[in-house]
Ligand binder design. Structure first.
Ligand SMILES: [Zn+2]
Length: 157
């Protein structure tokens, strides 16, 4: 079973797992990123990249591929790199719940599989950072989703 995480290109560290690019662009300051695998089913597309309704278009893309095809691509990447931990990477750091596709994917994945995809960028300057792991996506109609966040007990030492 493959465990999924998300992080920004800025804060990714190799101890987190196998990096998987889901951004269109490469992080220029990380030359090693040229060798990272790309998950095409989860990449945004140029045609809606800057559109106001990019999130709905991205969700429609995820719905079109579906869980089975996405899982199969991710498991193939994991097997090829001999790992069980994949870290899905894109650029955004200071973002709201609708500001970045890696968290949109995480919510969609949770909605359909009940498997959570924690965010690993601590983004201390982003108050929303901590609760992304528990954001839920509720389908309210065909191609329509709503985000709600759920309080989970925090683990304390
Ligand atoms: Zn993103």
């Amino acid at each position: 079973m493959v465990e999924l995480f998300t992080c920004s290109h800025y804060r990714f560290a190799s101890a987190m797992g196998q990096p998987v690019r889901i951004s269109l662009m490469l992080p220029r300051w990380r030359p090693e990123a040229r060798d990272w695998p790309v998950c095409w089913t989860l990449c945004v597309r140029w045609r809606y990249f800057n559109a106001d309704d990019w999130e709905q278009q991205y969700l429609a893309q995820l719905d079109r591929y579906g869980v089975a095809a996405i899982r199969s691509e991710l498991e193939g990447i994991a097997a090829e790199h001999d790992t069980t931990q994949l870290v899905l990477l894109c650029f955004e750091r200071q973002i709201d719940p609708h500001g970045c596709h890696r968290r949109t994917f995480a919510r969609w994945w949770w909605r359909h599989t009940r498997e959570s995809v924690p965010e690993l960028d601590p983004a201390p300057h982003t108050p929303l950072g901590e609760r992304w792991a528990t954001d839920q996506l509720t389908q309210t109609g065909p191609g329509q989703y709503e985000v709600s966040s759920v309080e989970e007990p925090t683990e304390e030492e």
